[in-house]
Design a protein. Structure first.
Ligand code: AMP
Ligand code: ZN
Length: 462
């Protein structure tokens, strides 16, 4: 069965067919490196890492080319550099390094390319020149602007009409624009700000231009998949698309546009401007990276995901159960088998990770009950194959339980305690006495008494 992906451009799930199966190309808009990344920023990195892993299994590791850029030219970087009294590259390099460490801890594979804007200035200038020559861009007061009326397809991706965009407040109005919806390709730099020499004076590229130039430089004029968060559909991706198509004879930039939903805190998008962020490096001090990753994969990538302490506790408890299974089967050599069909079918269905994780749960229960060696070996092999696709079970099971991260959470609400108690009941059913005792100890530490009643258990606070 072909992989199906929901394409924002057509607003439907479509069978995925790469233009060239020997070179499947994928681009994700990466971080702006001016500060620490929050766990919402990690969502695209993690969910599209699962897609990258899936494509590598389907088409072969050497046949998938994945680029995720680093935005290292931006007003926010300028501001951070000024505040610290350092050059922009000091800020950009510091937070690029931290971003790489954070994503590595979340078991995100390193993309094949990580282009930076500063390393592609010549390509950006050349792209602007081509757009001016083709009549899609014009110079005005040291700025170069894209003329949105020059491209019939403008607004097609975000399904916005030009006249509504002009009426709306989302576009920056300026005297030098022919049309309020025209967007900046190049803008002048103040003497105190970083700038690059160009035919239009010393200046710097617009954000949208950076991605169009980097995509062309590292992947080519047309790519199979372009991904990012839903907030990027407009204006970022609409504008990238306009620039790239107009500079490539109208050839479509991406065959599939994929967008992840927001990670929310109390039903509001997690974002620095709202001040409701949980930073990845801080979460990693308390939780193993795989717990954060598991929590991010618990919802479908297009659905909103509410981040909470309960989600983390549940994720840790569930992963403990799977690591417990693997620990029990430590002496069983894993069979070299692919991930089970039902699991693959779930991922093929527009990366349905919640359904895929449900298969993992069933498998773990089966593995706990298995008696014959060949059955155990097969089930363990299947669990590890699933882990390889989802980026889980990279830790040694024995060490997993030695880590003190994620233990001793206090003040859990009733829902989270219910989940822990249910996990303990399941462990008992699976005859995983070690795990059942571990959960009881954890609950005791939180002054919660558990009484076993027949098949189930009840609990109360002491
Ligand atoms: P930024 O560094 O702000 O450009 O964001 C990097 C990536 O994180 C982009 O793809 C954004 O769409 C994505 N992103 C930012 N905030 C969230 C959030 N709360 N939930 C999901 N994705 C987000
Ligand atoms: Zn981009």
């Amino acid at each position: 069965m072909a992989i199906q992906l929901y394409d924002t451009f057509t607003r439907q799930k479509r069978d995925f067919h790469p233009a060239d199966p020997a070179r499947v190309t994928m681009y994700l808009c990466g971080p702006t490196v001016y500060s620490y990344a929050h766990i919402g920023n990690a969502r695209p990195a993690v969910v599209f890492d699962v897609l990258y892993r899936l494509l590598r299994v389907e088409y072969g590791t050497d046949h998938v080319v994945y680029a995720r850029n680093i935005t290292d030219v931006d007003d926010k970087i300028n501001a951070a550099a000024k505040a610290d009294g350092v050059a922009i590259n000091v800020i950009a390099e510091k937070f690029t390094k931290i971003y790489r460490e954070n994503t590595a801890a979340l078991k995100v594979l390193t993309p094949d390319f990580e282009p930076t804007a500063t390393a592609h200035m010549n390509e950006m200038i050349a792209l602007v020149q081509r757009l001016i020559e083709a009549g899609n861009a014009y110079e005005a007061e040291g700025h170069v602007l894209f003329d949105v009326t020059s491209f019939d397809g403008y607004g097609e991706l975000s399904r916005r009409k030009l006249k509504d965009m002009i009426a709306g407040a989302r576009v920056e109005v300026a005297d030098y624009k022919r049309n309020p919806a025209d967007f900046v390709l190049w803008k002048p730099a103040n003497d105190n700000d970083p700038g690059w020499k160009s035919p239009w004076g010393r200046g710097r590229p617009g954000w949208h231009l950076e991605c169009s130039a980097m995509i062309e430089a590292v992947l080519g004029t047309r790519i199979d998949i372009h991904a990012g968060g839903q907030d990027l559909i407009f204006p970022h991706h609409e504008n990238e698309r306009a620039q790239s198509m107009c500079s490539h004879d109208g050839k479509r930039l991406a065959n599939y546009w994929l967008h992840n939903g927001f990670l929310d805190m109390d039903s509001e998008k997690m974002s620095k401007s709202l001040g409701n962020v949980k930073l990845i490096h801080e979460l990693l001090e308390e939780w193993p990276g795989e717990v954060l990753r598991f929590a991010l994969l618990g919802a479908h990538y297009r659905a909103p995901l509410d981040w909470s302490q309960n989600l983390l506790v549940q994720s840790k408890t569930t992963l403990d159960r799977y690591y417990g299974t693997l620990r029990r089967l430590a002496d069983v050599p894993a069979a070299d088998v692919p991930a089970p069909e039902g699991f693959i079918a779930a991922l093929h269905d527009d990366l349905n990770t919640p359904q895929a994780l449900a298969k993992l749960s069933t498998l773990s229960t089966q593995a706990n009950k298995a008696e014959k060696d060949d059955e155990k070996a097969k089930l363990k092999g299947e669990m590890l194959a699933i882990g390889a696709l989802l980026g889980l079970f990279e830790e040694d099971p024995e060490s997993w339980f030695k880590s003190d991260k994620g233990l001793g959470e206090k003040d859990l609400d009733a829902d989270a305690i219910d989940k822990l108690v249910a996990a303990r009941v399941q462990s008992r059913k699976d005859k995983d006495w070690g795990e059942a005792d571990r959960i009881r100890d954890l609950l005791t530490e939180m002054n919660i008494v558990v009484e076993d009643k027949g098949e189930g258990s009840i609990w109360r606070r002491q």
